[in-house]
Design a protein around this ligand. Structure first.
Ligand SMILES: C[S@@+](CC[C@H](N)C(=O)[O-])C[C@H]1O[C@@H](n2cnc3c(N)ncnc32)[C@H](O)[C@@H]1O
Length: 283
């Protein structure tokens, strides 16, 4: 990269602020050189000569701006995920939280779960596997497992249901045997499990949840390894939105320590040996 391809301090600050407003993502000082490279990479791809012009493009409410955000987001997001990531939290879900929700919803036979920041699907699909094991008659239930993300490529991969051994590095061999078909060093997820999960593009920070029919009356939100990349004010904004879409006594599970320092007055916290969980207070 030539020297001319560095952003000025002022412009770097302006991009950092715009990205945080639009996506929640916090670009830390140590990552700013990297950000500059990504911006010049995108400028070249769409034949823009000056970073000021690119900044303006991102600020517009045009279809070009919308499309460009999608492409830039592909470069800004970290997609690391794998099946049954944080086994302890999954054990807690399997042994305590999901059985309790199933019991609670036994009459209505409706269960609504959202994996927020689901990347390529490993998290909501792991939940689908656990539910399949817990509910012997899933066809009698109205189950919704929704995976939402801001990265379109990750969502495309999630919908394919084909994974490398790396995504399955933490899975119980018996579960792997039962739900995956191994072929050519790739693992094909059981169709029934795939069909239990719906994937959708939603920007947790920018999008109005009420415009998405699925984002209501949620019994369990799982949002892990997303807020670690967010600015504190964006976390607060998303927490408020989560509070609005959760059922009274609905559960929120985040990554360990991801909600430190946040106002959690709308939630009760419950400490299990495996993890802290948050329960929406019934008013
Ligand atoms: C590190 S992955 C975590 C995946 C999964 N939750 C897990 O713990 O394995 C973080 C995900 O959050 C998504 N993300 C980041 N900002 C987002 C936003 N504003 N709205 C929705 N998803 C976002 C990223 O695209 C990425 O897929």
């Amino acid at each position: 990269m030539s020297k001319a391809e560095f952003l000025s301090v002022e412009l770097t600050e302006a991009f950092v602020k715009l990205i945080a407003q639009q996506t929640g993502l916090e670009i830390r000082e140590r990552d700013q050189a990297d950000l500059s490279e990504k911006i010049f990479f995108r400028m070249k791809a769409i034949n823009i000569l000056f970073p000021e012009e690119y900044y303006q493009l991102l600020g517009y409410s045009t279809i070009q701006s919308y499309q460009e955000w999608h492409r830039l987001v592909l470069l800004l997001t970290n997609l690391e995920s794998y099946f049954f990531r944080d086994k302890e939290q999954f054990n807690l879900l399997r042994d305590r939280i999901l059985p309790e929700l199933i019991e609670r919803q036994q009459n209505k036979k409706t269960l609504r779960i959202c994996s927020a920041g689901c990347s390529s699907g490993e998290e909501p699909l792991s939940l689908a596997i656990v539910l399949k094991e817990l509910i012997p008659n899933p066809e009698q239930w109205n189950l919704m497992i929704l995976g939402v993300d801001i990265n379109q490529e990750a969502l495309k991969k999630a919908k394919q249901g084909i994974y490398t051994p790396w995504s399955l590095r933490s899975i119980d061999p018996e579960i792997m045997q039962r739900y995956f078909l191994h072929f050519n060093n790739q693992y094909y997820l059981d169709m029934q499990i795939q069909q239990m999960v719906k994937f959708k593009y939603i920007n947790l920070v920018k999008d109005a949840f009420h415009e998405h029919n699925e984002m209501r009356d949620i019994d369990l939100i799982i949002c892990r390894n997303v807020f670690i990349y967010f600015e504190a004010s964006a976390i607060a904004k998303v927490l408020d939105k989560f509070n609005h879409i959760l059922q009274p006594s609905g559960y929120l599970i985040a990554g360990h320590t991801e909600l430190c320092g946040q106002d959690l007055s709308h939630f009760e916290t419950k400490l299990f040996p495996e993890s802290l969980v948050y329960i929406k207070k019934s008013v």
